[in-house]
Ligand binder design. Structure first.
Ligand SMILES: NC(=O)c1ccc[n+]([C@@H]2O[C@H](COP(=O)([O-])OP(=O)(O)OC[C@H]3O[C@@H](n4cnc5c(N)ncnc54)[C@H](OP(=O)(O)O)[C@@H]3O)[C@@H](O)[C@H]2O)c1
Length: 274
């Protein structure tokens, strides 16, 4: 389990409790996170940590280095080492916005498909956690009570990371692999205006969304303190949403796990109740 302390990885760890026959090993930079599982320190940037993390593993949840524009420099040798170490099945996290072979996560997905006989590629939509966790949208809501995008009236079927975790656990545990990509979404496609209205209603605090013109958005982000390269990535993603290319709702979560994905309102209600 790579990325086991993150949005999706922690959800995979939780969901694997339903499969008690599998023993779980987590591997992140933290020397010892508070989990009952076997844990090894693993750092993409430190190859000396790779062997111990892979020792005895036959199925792996893969979160490529996050925020790395060229992850293949480390992912390619890692996958080779993983295959040689006996890893048989890889469930890799990608994105609905990235197809096989495209730069970054698309190249990772292609390499996973090439190196392993048993592979699955998860292509989730945008995470509901972006509104509540460590993400520019959530940070802006916490700091200002609102957020800015360049998405216009484009829609997204936001998905709860826990639903991604349930799918990944299912695919890791399944007797037979599907060797397929899985476009994972929540149950409904929302505009960011819709999402802000739902958040306002559930939390009882007004959350505002403002959409600006795409050409102004990168400048806006840079003026807000974001690194220009990261700002350009965020702006490109918003352009995809604005163009309506990311709005399709799929039935993959329910088909694979026999439980429907959570709505945004239900996701927020569960957080508010904690
Ligand atoms: N947010 C979205 O809407 C969205 C939508 C589709 C796809 N995605 C993709 O999802 C991925 C992020 O997944 P996530 O949200 O589950 O992860 P996340 O919450 O960002 O957590 C990252 C995980 O990676 C580990 N990590 C970070 N640096 C590491 C390093 N150098 N070596 C080893 N482990 C390291 C972290 O653990 P430690 O800190 O303990 O090392 C943590 O467990 C990205 O690739 C993103 O493109 C995101």
């Amino acid at each position: 389990m790579l990325g086991a302390t993150g949005n999706t990885g922690s959800a995979v760890v939780d969901a694997l409790r339903r499969f008690p026959d599998l023993s779980v090993r987590t591997a992140t930079r933290q020397p010892a996170p508070p989990t009952a599982h076997d844990h090894r320190r693993f750092d993409w940037a430190d190859r000396a940590t790779w062997g111990e993390a892979l020792d005895g593993v036959d199925r792996m949840y893969l979160v490529a280095p996050v925020g790395d524009a060229e992850p293949m420099a480390v992912v390619a040798p890692f996958l080779e080492q993983a295959g040689a170490a006996g890893v048989r099945r890889v469930v890799a996290l990608s994105s609905s916005a990235v197809a096989f072979g495209e730069p970054g996560l698309g190249q990772v997905a292609s390499a996973v498909r090439e190196v392993f006989e048993e592979w699955e590629v998860l292509r989730p939509s945008w995470f509901m956690q972006n509104f509540t966790g460590a993400h520019p949208v959530a940070e802006s809501i916490r700091a200002t009570g609102g957020f800015v995008t360049a998405t216009g009236t484009g829609r997204l079927p936001f998905i709860d990371g826990r639903d991604i975790g349930r799918v990944a656990a299912h695919l890791l545990a399944a007797r037979e692999p599907q060797c397929a990509e899985h476009v994972l979404t929540g149950p409904e496609a929302l505009t960011y205006d819709d999402a802000a209205a739902i958040m306002s209603e559930v939390t009882g605090r007004s959350v505002r969304h403002r959409s600006v013109e795409p050409e102004r958005f990168t400048d806006f982000l840079v003026a807000s303190g974001y690194d220009p390269d990261f700002a350009a990535v965020l702006a490109a993603l918003d352009a995809l949403v604005r163009d309506g290319t990311q709005s399709e709702v799929t039935d993959a979560v329910e088909r694979l796990t026999r439980t429907p994905p959570r709505s945004f309102a239900a996701y927020l209600r569960a957080l508010v109740a904690v």
